[in-house]
Design a protein around this ligand. Structure first.
Ligand code: ADE
Length: 231
């Protein structure tokens, strides 16, 4: 499941350039029975199977997180909601351990005594934590120094300043009768900056108004937002 994403695009380049390394561990390798059992029935009954604690504890133990403050993160819909802010926070560590839940859940002792953090990528339920782990990994890896190359700044991204990104256009200047906004062709950088900033606020107001209050706008920006809202 991990092969596709980790062998293409930004991951592939980042790994080749040794900016990051990714190791996949199969918890089945940390079982001791003939059938490599990783799941079992829940005590007390109920539908579904749970991931057993031993293979997960042993897998984490084998990769030695004790070598200093490594977050051990369980991907689960019960975790704190992943965001650009959390991606930024996680990008400061030089190592992360991501644990993918499966089946109906994991034995509670994994949460209580092994993991240091729980993350959800949204209020919906996936079949397992694998896709969630890849989402987290990609959002974090693209923030690492050198990964995107000097010409692109992850600081311009939507959500970084708490606002959605402004609209962007490339050539041709007219396509299907639809023109690129005049100001972008003007070469007036101050005016372009101002237009982009206004558009970012406007777009956020239209699509994600709840972000505006958290965006930490200056007094001037707040006035602009109110003006845009009214118009
Ligand atoms: N595993 C299943 N659903 C998930 C979600 N929404 N986020 C993280 N891990 C999950």
């Amino acid at each position: 499941m991990f092969e596709g994403p980790f062998n293409t695009s930004i991951f592939k380049r980042a790994i080749e350039r040794k900016l990051v390394s990714v190791d996949i561990h199969n918890i089945r390798s940390y079982t001791h029975d003939k059938h490599n059992t990783v799941d079992d029935y829940p005590y007390g009954g109920g539908a579904g199977m749970l991931l057993k604690p031993e293979p997960i504890f042993e897998a984490v133990e084998a990769i030695k997180p004790e070598a200093g403050g490594v977050p051990i993160i369980l991907l689960t819909p019960q975790g704190r909601l992943f965001s650009q802010q959390i991606a930024l926070e996680l990008s400061k560590y030089n190592r992360l351990i991501l644990i993918c839940g499966r089946y109906e859940g994991v034995d509670e002792r994994v949460r209580s005594y092994l993991v240091t953090d729980e993350v959800s990528i949204g209020d919906y339920v996936l079949a397992g934590g694998e896709l969630a782990a890849m989402v987290v990994a990609e959002a974090v890896v693209r923030l690492l120094p050198g990964v995107l190359g000097s010409e692109v700044s992850p600081l311009d991204d939507s959500h970084v300043a708490g606002l959605l990104e402004y609209p962007q256009y490339t050539r041709p200047a007219v396509y299907g009768g639809w023109s690129v906004p005049e100001v972008l062709l003007s070469g007036n950088h101050a005016q372009i900056e101002e237009w982009r900033h206004e558009q970012a606020i406007l777009r956020t107001l239209e699509r994600r108004p709840e972000l505006i209050d958290k965006a930490g706008l200056s007094e001037e920006e707040r006035k602009l937002a109110n003006k845009l809202k009214q118009s």
